[in-house]
Design a protein around this ligand. Structure first.
Ligand code: 13P
Length: 247
């Protein structure tokens, strides 16, 4: 059974006041039948972990350094995230690839650091609009899949998130056929490379909302969502969790 996962990425949003949204989420979804994950900014991870301590909501980081410690001002290691109460970490988000020039090799090293710290890595891949229009989407994804996922990945320590860059924060969503094509392709690549490749969860991300979640979750090989904007408010994220429970 693949894990179904509704994951929220708060990005650079949230101060302690916003933890009230997490409390509200745990009250609405006290015993969710799917995995629920919130990745708040690092400054809130420890408090967020306390907030969800008695509930079935996991907390994750949004990035980690490839090293365990050292002279890397401003960076955070996977060990530190784990010690603060995180059990997941997002690696290779397109905003990290773009804003910080992260390469596939760096993302693989960060993901390996996540495994070493006993965190599950949510490894992100996705094409730009130009690549989509050029017809190179699957080639681009192949390069990212080959380069960003360590050989040590398993269905237990890794979740893949397909996030078309042009769908992030834009309100634009690929057609269900486009999502189906990409997810089937990712599945093929995972099963070719990993003995448990058919068990990896593959999330879709990019402008997921309560209003489109059920349709997206009905697409074969979509095991959940990585949600940005609609994860910030419990009232917006809750219908997405419910849609996944009902999928
Ligand atoms: P939006 O849901 O705001 O489009 O963001 C998607 C995303 O980047 C999640 O990591």
């Amino acid at each position: 059974m693949r894990r179904k996962l509704a994951a929220g990425n708060w990005k650079m949003n949230g101060t302690p006041a916003e933890l009230a949204e997490l409390t509200a989420l745990t009250q609405t979804h006290d015993t969710p039948t799917v995995n629920v994950l919130i990745c708040p900014p690092s400054t809130l991870i420890a408090q967020a972990a306390n907030t969800v301590a008695d509930h079935k909501v996991a907390i994750g980081g949004q990035d980690c350094h490839a090293n365990t410690k050292g002279a890397h001002t401003g960076d955070i290691s996977a060990d530190m995230l784990a010690a603060a109460g995180a059990t997941y970490v997002i690696t290779g988000h397109s905003e990290r690839r773009t804003d910080h020039g992260e390469t596939d090799a760096q993302i693989a090293a960060k993901s390996q650091a996540a495994y070493d710290a006993k965190l599950t890595a949510v490894i992100c891949i996705g094409e730009t609009l130009g690549e989509r229009e050029d017809g190179t989407t699957l080639t681009v994804l192949d390069t990212q899949l080959a380069g960003s996922i360590p050989d040590t990945a398993t269905a237990a320590n890794t979740v893949i998130a397909y996030e078309p860059v042009w769908a992030i924060g834009t309100g634009k969503v690929p057609t269900l056929d486009q999502i189906a094509e990409v997810h089937a392709h990712i599945r093929t690549r995972l099963t070719a490379r990993f003995s448990d490749g058919d068990q990896f969860s593959v999330l879709y991300g990019g402008s997921v909302k309560g209003s489109n979640a059920a349709d997206i979750f009905a697409v074969p090989d979509v095991d959940g969502a990585l949600v940005g904007g609609a994860s910030l408010k419990a009232a917006d994220f809750s219908p997405i969790i419910t849609a996944l429970e009902n999928a």
